[in-house]
Write a protein that binds this ligand. Sequence first.
Ligand code: 3H9
Length: 724
Amino acid sequence: MGIERGDREFCVSSSFKSSGQVSYELHDDVAVMTVNNAPVNALSLAIRQDLQANIERFDSDASAKAAVIVGAGKVFIAGADIREFKLPAIEPHLPDVIDRIEECTKPVIAAIHGVALGGGLEVALGCHFRVGVKGAKVGLPEVHLGIIPGAGGTQRLPRLAGYEKALEMIPSGAPIGTSDAKAAGILDHVSEESDAVAAGLAFARSVIDEGTPMRRCSQLVPAAVDAKMFEAAKLAVAKRARGQMSPVVGVEAVEVASQTSFAEGMEKEREMFMALKNSAQHRALSHAFFSDRALGKLPEIEGVAPRQLKAIGVIGGGTMGAGIATSALMNGLSVTLIERDEEALGRAKATIAANIGGAVKKGKLSADQEVRIFEEALKLSTDYGSLSNADLVIEAVFEDIEVKKQVFKQLDAVCKAGAVLATNTSYLDVDAIAAVTERPEDVIGLHFFSPAHIMKLLEVVVAEKTAPDVIATGFQLGKIMRKVAVRAGVCDGFIGNRILASYRTAADAIVMDGSTPFDVDEVMLEFGFAMGPYAVADLAGLDIGWATRKRKAPTLAPNERFFTFPDRLCEQGWFGQKTGKGFYIYENGARKGVPNPTVFEVLAEERKQKKITEQNLSKEQILERYMAAMVNEAAKVVEEGIALRPLDVDMTLIYGYGFPRWRGGPMQYADEVGLEKILNNIREYAREDDYFWQPAKLLEELVESGRTFADLNAGKGSQSATKT
Ligand code: 3H9
């Protein structure tokens, strides 16, 4: 059977020297090629060269009747080497290597263990058979990097598994397990063996003995399909993707498979892949991928073992305390929850039961686990003495420094030596709280976000005296609770809430000066946030901001602008969603509101009183101001060492504040826009309000030296000359 090869030549140059990262070993008449590129066998240039050379060798090796490709270590192959994406592409390109595998005249079998992802699955799709061992997963997660499969995945998968499966897997990027993959025809066999080599060899033997015909995905005839299916898929995927391009392009690439020959489809796939690979979205999502992995890599805890974490205590059973307890219980920790009286304990237990019940309904926990949690893991008490064995205690009481200090004095008296004492404060001074104890080195901030059993972000707030193993324990807790832990320093609001306060102030100024909250929300929705800041305020409760403004009013600087228009809503008892009215009106408990017309009247009146001449800002100008405030404050947060690196800010905003991941976070976004442009805008705005718009020194310094936030992430130069 001949196959389409285009005009590519498949030969290995005689000067090529194998790096030995793909080994070739004969097991009787079966060649086993093992890809060995720790930690995940990414398809680097050396691997591609070796793989191609070994395929050539196999094809001309008369003693080998079949070949098995396996991965060394934990996984089969996790895809292309993402780190090489920034470099010029060097031959052999992956699609060509895979074509060469498929073109082999003798059967090649992929034996998959761990995961076969992206280019890894594409290599397997180029093989003539695929075997999976127990627990293996296969997937095409490229969309999460802002690209699509670029080595035939969008053309071979629909031919092998059908359009529906391809439209499920490619735009979502979600991997599937062996039974699903077998049912879809992606795997020919699921082995009972746990060893991929043994599974591959056994399958190869049966292919040789039975003369099973070789199957090349590129040669399969795609089933006929109704074009409407792709239109519907594009609409549904675009809605979910909210501005991210790759999932939609993924659908389009699968559609191409239904319209053209394999060879043409491959050309089109390459074009689409390359266009996305050169996009800001790919840069942003790659940044997010590597930042996720960099968050816990901190010099201060390198090689430091965390303290024991089995039993934890939670003080306070309100929404936050109950959420923290739920998260701990769902992840196998035992929890002692302390409340003032039995009634409060009853309420806390009911909240936890509702949370856990919800998790069971969603299939995140089994009914057995639910029973075990309430029979064994959760203890309720009004006595601080019950915390004497706790390894870590998290305080989640009322946000008042005096109340918190009292709690910490009591904890200091009852907790065992070495217990970690944590506060869940969202902005109070952790140093001051630590100072009331005899063991400030054991005190840390663990700032969860509500609802704590759902939100991914955990700010690990390191106080002046916090010991390294206590920091390591904070990160360990994040890992156990499956949260994204970010290191933050002590200041009002830490990383996230401090930056939030700044861009909220900018939003209020934009509104006061002539736009509406609905304009701002619309711009931010179009930018990719799930909700705009005023819809978020309605959700959180307008009473929170009202209380903050009352506290702040007496401390204002003479030239500080202060925005009280939301007070006019609060004065009418409108606190947002929970009262049915706020900036929006929520009819019959609806979660999405319609603009509240009173807001227009309130704003007109306030502008009249304050003699404000209305500006007519365009959507672009609204976005520029909003983002400039966010980036400027974020730069100050990095400059002061509150965030160690720009990437810590980016991940905080993505996981805690709904910043679209495909934009990479505010610092990555700022690099894309250009720091000079942002700084110039800030200087321009400062002509109207030089109190709020004070440029961060770090921003000025980066512009002056021609560097970017990415340079700081890469460790190029100090964060700021101002930092000692
Ligand atoms: C692709 O294939 C494109 C093709 O369609 C077309 C090409 C033409 N490359 O996550 P971990 C590193 S795009 C380079 O902590 P785990 C990672 O940075 C690719 N490096 O381990 C980390 O390094 P460090 C499509 C990679 O056990 C270390 O490996 N594939 C790659 O929790 C350990 O990673 C994907 O998107 C890579 N492809 O999870 C899969 N992958 O130690 C991406 C990982 O220095 N990878 N590294 O921080 C994953 O999903 C997870 O890493 C995996 C292991 C599940 C494999």
